[in-house]
Design a binder for this molecule. Structure first.
Ligand code: GRG
Length: 309
């Protein structure tokens, strides 16, 4: 039988990589794994609050990146799935805390009321804490067929990526910068390489560590991730101006309202879009030595500049 993709490929050329089929298949795997990762038990309120945000949708980009790099480096989806779920737990907890009145004060996230709007601030803080702790427990207790030293490396890298040297540090500088119109490019880069880039880099690098990748490949993948991380944030800033609340699933125009320094406020929208494209190109260049195996990562890099939410 001829695959339908082959019917559309020009003669002699391999069919183009179908990112949307790839993403929906992977999203399906990740949704199922997340759903079974966190059963509700006593005290039910906290588990329900954790599940409310963890299973609220989202692109699942971080777990998908982790699975993709594990496969690229010769590992399997099964080896990486507990870490992939943990990455989404950490991402979700950072969104819950980011949305709190003490931080961004948002009412909507992923098209639904934010965690604190449903469960109250006290439970939302604890739901975030619960997800953060469970993420590390989940990697340590659920990973199969991965040598312990690799798991230790993953746990250590991930801890660094989310703590004061990563997400937390980026968030602190972001909060300090609010309402200051004269933020320099260097500070903005610090915020985003830490707040957004550090976790994306951990996703990419941890997937490859689980598969036992060599240091040179890890460095290449790390540079790929740093470039897509910054491009991702630039596009996020642009979408905050150009997309609707329905497209974003959260309040649009928040950055302008909060007088936040953003890439479009520094460079304008067109220049920001052009720099995001340059970063995506640099990211893809890093993948050249991996050949066809890197197709999913190349397509994901392209998706970053074309996404609408
Ligand atoms: C991690 C211990 C710890 C605390 C949290 C609040 C905080 C410290 C950090 C904020 C991190 C943050 C909210 C960064 C923004 C990242 C970002 C661009 C989110 C949007 O990601 P998408 O578009 O969202 O992938 P979906 O919903 O698709 O997953």
């Amino acid at each position: 039988m001829v695959a339908t993709d082959d019917l559309h490929a020009p003669k002699g050329e391999a069919p183009a990589f179908d990112l949307s089929a790839y993403l929906s298949e992977r999203q399906g795997f990740v949704e199922a794994a997340l759903d079974s990762s966190l059963p509700v038990t006593y005290p039910t309120q906290i588990y329900e609050a954790m599940r409310y945000s963890l299973l609220a949708g989202g692109k699942r980009l971080r777990p998908i990146l982790c699975l993709a790099t594990c496969e690229l480096a010769g590992g399997t989806v099964e080896m990486a799935m507990p870490t992939a779920c943990a990455l989404e737990m950490i991402h979700t907890m950072s969104l819950i805390h980011d949305d709190l009145p003490a931080m961004d004060n948002d009412d909507y996230r992923r098209g639904k009321l934010t965690n604190h709007k449903v469960y109250g601030e006290d439970i939302a803080i604890l739901a975030g804490d619960g997800l953060l702790a469970y993420a590390f427990e989940f990697i340590a207790s659920q990973s199969d067929n991965v040598p312990a030293p690799r798991l230790l490396q993953v746990i250590s890298r991930l801890g660094k990526a989310v703590g004061a040297a990563g997400l937390v540090g980026g968030q602190v500088v972001d909060l300090e910068s609010e309402g200051k119109p004269d933020i320099q490019e260097e500070t903005l880069n610090f915020i985003h390489t830490h707040k957004t880039g550090a976790l994306l880099e951990a996703c990419v690098v941890c997937g490859a560590i689980l598969a036992g990748a060599e240091s040179e490949d890890l460095q290449r993948l790390s540079r790929y991730a740093q470039n897509i991380g910054l491009a991702f944030q630039i596009v996020d800033d642009i979408l905050d101006i150009t997309a609707t609340q329905e497209e974003l699933g959260k309040t649009a125009g928040k950055d302008l309202q909060a007088q936040k320094a953003t890439y479009p406020s520094l460079w304008g929208i067109e220049e920001s879009a052009s720099r995001a494209k340059q970063l995506v190109k640099a990211a893809k260049d890093e993948l050249a030595p991996f050949g066809k195996k890197a197709e999913p990562l190349i397509a994901i890099a392209d998706f970053i500049t074309t996404r609408t939410h």
